[in-house]
Design a binder for this molecule. Structure first.
Ligand code: DX5
Ligand code: ZN
Length: 218
């Protein structure tokens, strides 16, 4: 099966947001990836609830929301009400990760956990069966347009082994620096979802760039 492609709206043209959302709707993309940054957990602020509400109004595909915020428990219900289908929190931002994951599910969303590049897969041993998705950060979170960290390939393989060993049905998402040069190797290593921001939106023809990524992972 080919990887799912999730264009990251962080790299869209915010002055033409509806146009870019319609482009994704009409493209071969599978999901919308939405980055929420609070300026505390990561050294950048992206956008918040009013913008997500506007995106939600036009988006016709799965909303994959990636929270790069401290204490995400405060906003779980709000993100559900705004139409999020998948809500991903950072391992590094959650003291009571198991409780947070259950709270996300009880609001009717799929639950994901993101790991920073320095965080080892082994921390997921006792939670993997509860997770719908694991997002491996292949850049340090906070900014689009950074270079892919090569160590990610072996992390994907290690995570895949953990999922198989535990009999979990968790899917693996890769976020950061995804391009046509690493998409196939990521897919072959076991990635199910590829997030791509700059590579899609800064290209001449974003819709055909999405198709290109999809083709590479068949
Ligand atoms: C990074 C974000 C990513 C980012 C990806 O903190 O979580 O989703 O938008 O952008 P590119 O593909 O440009 O690295
Ligand atoms: Zn992201």
């Amino acid at each position: 099966m080919s990887s799912l492609i999730a264009p990251s709206i962080l790299a869209a043209d915010f002055a033409n947001l509806q146009r870019d959302i319609e482009m994704v709707n009409a493209s071969e993309a599978d999901w919308f990836h939405i980055d929420i940054m609070d300026g505390v957990f990561v050294p950048n602020i992206s956008f918040g609830m009013p913008v997500l509400k506007a995106i939600s109004k036009h988006a016709k595909k799965t909303l994959d929301v990636h929270l790069m915020i401290v204490d995400p428990d405060r906003y779980i219900r709000t993100f559900a009400e705004l139409g999020s289908n998948i809500l991903t929190v950072h391992y590094e931002a959650c003291t009571h990760l198991h409780r947070t994951i259950q709270a996300i599910k009880s609001e009717g969303m799929k639950a994901g956990v993101a790991l920073n590049p320095h965080t080892n897969i082994t921390v997921l041993e006792d939670i993997i069966l509860d997770l719908d998705l694991v997002c491996l950060m292949s850049v340090n979170p906070g900014f689009g347009g950074q270079s892919f960290i090569e160590n990610t390939y072996q992390k994907v393989e290690q995570l895949k082994r953990l999922i198989t060993k535990k009999g979990a049905s968790t899917i693996i998402e890769i976020d950061g620096g995804v391009t046509s040069t690493n998409a196939k190797q990521l897919h072959d290593a076991g990635a199910d979802v590829l997030v791509a921001g700059s590579f899609v939106f800064k290209s001449e023809n974003p819709s055909s760039t999405i198709s290109e990524l999809k083709q590479l992972t068949v």
